[in-house]
Design a protein around this ligand. Structure first.
Ligand SMILES: Cc1ncc(C[n+]2csc(CCOP(=O)(O)OP(=O)(O)O)c2C)c(N)n1
Ligand SMILES: [Mg+2]
Length: 896
């Protein structure tokens, strides 16, 4: 990119080894433009560049255009209304947005808030609200707008004028707990479920998820599930935010799939939190080449209309040359000073330009505006973007951070965090935007709403009515879908007999059974990041097809095979390639389709569990925040079960990570029937009850026999544990053994050893979810604390274990913190075994011994607990250690 910036521009900057020859070429080009127009010049130049590259010149940078607006003034769509009313309306929105923050911080600076970002965005938002963004209704399915998170006061301000929020609510900004109807600091579908659709505030997430949203809309359309044509996804992103890898990481997908339903507006106010985004460069030029390279339609919106005459007169390119020679750090400084400063330091770079502006006063120079603050130019850019077909559009709008804040922030380094305005700045703000407020009202930062019959209010209502209603607005529910009975999974409930399969395979069978279901099948969205073969899902390629907007343009290599690689315009699988972030974004788009499109869809996103939460944790939270429904399936999970892949593949902690997400139900099932019961219940809750939950399921790749479902196990499977096997030793010490996932088999084997070799009776419990058990325990404990005089309740874990007798030992394929979650509700002694430490490759048997979670450790653990309670002699534990050849002095696995 730096090279591109250094490339001599069309205006003649840079070195020249033969100026006369260059001049001849340029004159020839000028003649073509004059006689045949710019289009013809473009044709010729394209051919010339091709020829030059064939001749070995190497790449010639063609991705950047000069630092001026992409749309020439004569090509601008004319602004359709009298701008005066809009200006007045916009000024009121600006005022209230600022007042929301200033007033909250008058009470206490504890609450925070941002003023400067929205002040730079106001024109970009208001033109959208007045002319472009449709709410869902009979005529239009509705546009989806990803608003900038920390500019939320701008949305609240408008909603106040539209009569959606009260003055009391504005005053309760960021008081989400203590004030009824208090406004959430940032967009949040849990805190304002009828208002906010997209939780954008973690920077980068909005951009990435908006791309996959646009793609998902095309997918829904192609599959005939929703009519999404004509609907647009708009996303507002900060220029600083573009440095997040998530922001730019999927722009090539948008280009490749021609997502012309996607419009990004990057607010290039040149600043982020600490300082300039590209103090020593030009962020707009940098982004232009990146996006153009990725196949986007790029609209640069740099200069406002007041520059038009100066640019029209710039036939020798001197002005554009100076524009390109300045860096963003300078542009920021200009707008924090005054007209005289701009004259001296900007136009003063070229004496000829100083002459050209000699007739202009300092005030006139100061008023030379930036594109993103000029409604006419913004309208023209939006109009072009909304009518563009064949590729996504990015509008790079140049603005001023803290516009209108004067000494309290305009273009200043500190502006991002400014939450207060000086009295002088408040009065100036009033004067500049011509607000009908007295000095006293200004100093109290009173909210202002013009009378209902004022031109502003009439205009505002008329525009939103024409566009179908208010935005943003969130739909809470879709039509419920009926979930078939549990018998759909008959095969899983009956067990596998002698056949040995993995839970991954069981999952694929459950999914296949669901896909065959007439009502529900269409609503499922299998998502894989290039791991279908790992999970044995390749049979689905042929059966339901892989979505590709262009179908399949090639004869697949395996066309002769039964299960060939089939891409299809109506394909159902989202085969994302190697992008866990992209896959999770598809998961969010599909799992919130009930809300964004009124069409319930159930994503099943299956991936390597190790490349799950720890890789894309923030997106997992975005999914939860968005009230996403669906199933995340961490495949080939477990620190010792995925044995051969070694350290960076073996997941022993994803369950602990998922346990922290409030809307996630996480399970570590051991048997097919458990999986079937859990998935069935999940579907029922998501589709029939319309609960906003998602499930995390770990799936293993170890093959073993799956028994039929024991009677009455269903409730326990869902609540988190049930008794799988009762002790067969009637008189003798007893223990309770807990296990989950594949390690449950080791626990069962451990019970057999205890009974046959030590005469100790062992009950075995299958714990499908330590996390659900903990949730229940916490809830019960809280209730008991707050109801001291009522009969105290018992946690489900306690109910299960009390009265059964003996100490409790748990073993899992996860770190100890996982099973430790339930400690305080386990009656009596509780020993937890787990796989803390770095993974490594070996046979499963060896790994389970290394991490001390195998049957022998289960037995030793149980015997030691019994010894500690005085039920047996400690020598028994020692006997087991010797018998099983355990090296008692081996260092902790965590240190190896
Ligand atoms: C992932 C993440 N990191 C940091 C922040 C804190 N933060 C909020 S806004 C901001 C600066 C944003 O600058 P820019 O994207 O240019 O937006 P502007 O306010 O200038 O429009 C920062 C660092 C965040 N919200 N998310
Ligand atoms: Mg910025």
């Amino acid at each position: 990119m730096t090279d591109l910036l250094k490339t001599p521009s069309a205006n003649g900057a840079g070195s020249d080894t033969d100026a006369a020859e260059t001049s001849e070429w340029l004159e020839a080009l000028d003649a073509v433009v004059a006689n045949d127009g710019p289009q013809r010049a473009r044709e010729i130049l394209t051919r010339v560049v091709e020829r030059a590259q064939q001749a070995g010149t190497g790449p010639i940078a063609t991705l950047n255009t000069p630092y001026v607006n992409t749309i020439a003034p004569e090509d601008e769509a004319p602004f359709p209304v009298d701008e005066a009313v809009e200006r007045s309306l916009r000024s009121i929105v600006r005022w209230n947005a600022m007042a929301i923050v200033v007033r909250a911080n008058k009470v206490s600076s504890e609450l925070g808030g941002h003023i400067a970002s929205f002040q730079s965005l106001a024109t970009l938002y208001e033109v959208g609200f007045n002319h472009f963004w449709h709410a869902p209704g009979d005529e239009h399915g509705g546009d989806l707008v990803y608003f900038q998170g920390h500019s939320a006061p701008g949305n609240y301000s408008r909603a106040f004028l539209e009569g959606r929020l009260t003055e009391a609510q504005l005053t309760a900004f960021r008081q989400e707990v203590s004030q009824p109807g208090g406004l959430s600091s940032y967009p949040h579908p849990w805190l304002m479920p009828d208002f906010w659709q997209f939780p954008t505030v973690s920077l980068g997430i909005g951009g990435l998820t908006s791309i996959y949203q646009a793609r998902f809309m095309k997918y829904l359309h192609a599959r005939g599930l929703a009519q999404t044509e004509g609907r647009k996804v708009w996303a507002f992103l900060g220029d600083g935010e573009m440095d997040e890898p998530e922001s730019m990481g999927a722009i090539s997908l948008a280009g490749r799939e021609h997502l012309d339903n996607l419009i990004w507006v990057v607010n290039c106010n040149l600043q982020r939190l600490d300082g300039p985004v590209r103090g020593n460069g030009l962020i707009i030029q940098e982004l232009e080449s990146d996006f153009r390279g990725a196949g986007w339609n790029v609209i640069k919106l740099i200069w406002g209309s007041r520059w038009d005459p100066l640019l029209a007169a710039d036939t020798d390119g001197r002005l554009v040359k100076v524009m390109e020679s300045c860096v963003d750090g300078e542009y920021q400084t200009y707008k924090s000073r005054n007209g005289a400063y701009v004259r001296e330091h900007f136009f003063g770079k070229d004496p000829v330009l100083l002459e050209r502006v000699a007739h202009m006063s300092d005030d006139e120079i100061w008023l030379l505006n930036r594109g993103g603050h000029d409604p006419q130019k913004v309208y023209a850019a939006y109009h072009a973007a909304a009518n563009h077909t064949g590729s996504p559009t990015v509008i790079l709008a140049k603005t001023i951070k803290g516009y209108g804040m004067g000494v309290s922030g305009e273009g200043q380094m500190i502006t991002h965090q400014a939450k207060k305005m000086t009295e002088g700045a408040l009065l100036q703000f009033r004067d500049r935007f011509e607000l009908p407020l007295s000095d006293e009202q200004v100093l109290r930062a009173e909210f202002y709403k013009p009378p209902d019959d004022s031109p502003e209010m009439q205009y505002l209502r008329a525009r939103r009515a024409a566009l179908g209603g208010s935005l943003p607005a969130r739909r809470r529910k879709a039509q419920p879908l009926q979930v078939p009975g549990l018998f759909t999974f008959k095969g899983q409930l009956e067990g596998t007999g002698e056949r040995e399969i993995s839970t991954t395979m069981a999952f694929v069978r459950v999914l296949a059974a669901l896909l065959r279901n007439k009502q529900l099948g269409r609503h499922l969205v299998p998502i894989v990041p290039d791991e279908s073969r790992t999970f044995g899902m390749e049979g689905m390629f042929r059966q339901i097809g892989i979505y590709s907007p262009v179908g399949q343009r090639y004869q697949p290599q395996d066309a002769e095979q039964l299960m060939f690689y089939k891409e299809d315009a109506q394909g159902q699988i989202l085969e994302e390639g190697i992008t866990e972030s992209g896959s999770l974004s598809s998961f969010i788009a599909a799992g919130t389709s009930y809300s964004a499109h009124g069409v319930p869809m159930v994503p099943f996103y299956i991936y390597y569990s190790m490349f799950g939460y720890q890789r894309v944790g923030d997106l997992v939270w975005a999914a939860a925040d968005s009230r996403t429904r669906g199933f995340l399936c961490g495949g080939t999970a477990g620190r010792t079960t995925l044995n051969g892949e070694g350290l960076q593949h073996e997941d022993g902690h994803s369950h602990v990570l998922f346990s922290v997400v409030p809307s996630c139900r996480a399970y570590d099932p051991a048997f097919s029937y458990e999986l079937a019961v859990i998935i069935h219940e999940g579907l029922r809750r998501m589709l029939e009850e319309q609960e906003d939950v998602f499930y995390y399921l770990t799936l293993m790749n170890e093959n073993y026999r799956h028994p039929p479902m024991p009677e009455n196990a269903q409730e326990g499977i869902l609540r988190g544990m049930y008794l799988l096997r009762e002790s067969s030793v009637a008189d003798g010490p007893q223990v309770q053994l807990l296990g989950s996932g594949t390690i449950l088999n080791e626990v069962i084997a451990g019970a057999e050893l205890l009974e046959s070799q030590f005469g100790v009776g062992a009950d075995v419990w299958s714990v499908t979810s330590f996390t659900e058990l903990r949730r229940d325990g916490i809830e019960v404990e809280r209730w008991n604390m707050l109801h001291p005089l009522q009969e105290q309740r018992q946690a489900y874990v306690t109910q299960c274990l009390s009265g059964r007798g003996g100490p409790v030992v748990a073993s899992t394929d996860y770190i100890r913190a996982f099973a430790d979650q339930i400690r305080q509700w386990v009656p009596g002694r509780y020993r937890v075994l787990g796989t803390d430490g770095f993974g490594r490759s070996d046979y499963r048997r060896a790994l389970r011994r290394f991490f001390e979670v195998d049957r022998h450790y289960v037995a030793v653990g149980a015997l030691k607990e019994l010894a500690d309670t005085g039920a047996i002699d400690p020598a028994k534990a020692k006997e087991a250690i010797d018998r099983y050849q355990i090296d008692a002095d081996a260092p902790m696995p965590t240190t190896r």
